[in-house]
Ligand binder design. Structure first.
Ligand code: ZN
Length: 194
């Protein structure tokens, strides 16, 4: 089997519940079967991560390492020297993730990065839009809209069961109050004016 490293940035974007984690795990599993050394990294802000593994909403599990920021990404990659690097929840990383990915892909390595392309108000989310532009390959996944069963491309945020306003404070996934998130289509996505 060839062990040549391929410089390739694959970004997997989509709304909540679109199967991004399951797709990352599928691709990393394929890479392992091909004899590649694989490393999956998740940001400390992602509270769905149990120590040492990622668990998708569909129950898929894969060993993972938690990093604090883009510096942590480079540190882990330097230490563990993988052929293929997976990164989850890219929207939670600092802006330097772009440069970190460019350098590790140039090494060369393959990076498979997933994240929310839009925040709950339908705005481009963090570094993900720039990563989509720089990617060699883009996969955009859709979910099922929980309201109408159509193509879900938006993440609906609910506070106490009501649609959150655009200016409500952002990142709350996994903690705090009664905020919940669900997949919706464009027509069913609601963001009340402030
Ligand atoms: Zn809908």
């Amino acid at each position: 089997m060839s062990s040549a490293r391929v410089p390739w940035l694959h970004v997997i974007a989509g709304c909540m519940s679109s199967g991004k984690t399951a797709e990352v795990v599928r691709l990393l599993t394929r890479a392992e079967i091909a004899g590649r050394r694989v490393l999956l990294l998740t940001p400390a802000t992602d509270t769905r991560v149990a120590p040492g593994e990622i668990v998708s909403r569909t129950g898929t599990r894969f060993p993972s390492v938690v990093v604090r920021d883009s510096r942590g990404v480079l540190d882990e990659v330097t230490t563990r020297d993988p052929d293929v690097v997976g990164i989850e929840e890219a929207q939670f990383f600092d802006a330097d993730l772009v440069g970190a990915l460019e350098s590790l892909v140039a090494a060369p390595r393959t990076a498979i990065v997933s994240g929310l392309d839009l925040d709950f108000a339908g705005r481009p989310f963090g570094v993900v839009p720039e990563l989509l532009a720089r990617a060699d390959e883009v996969t955009k996944l859709t979910a099922i809209c929980v309201k109408c069963g159509g193509e879900g491309t938006r993440t609906q945020r609910l506070r106490d069961g009501r649609p959150a306003r655009a200016n409500d404070p952002l990142i709350v996934i996994g903690g705090m109050g009664d905020d919940t998130y669900e997949a919706r289509c464009r027509a069913c996505h609601e963001v009340p004016e402030a």
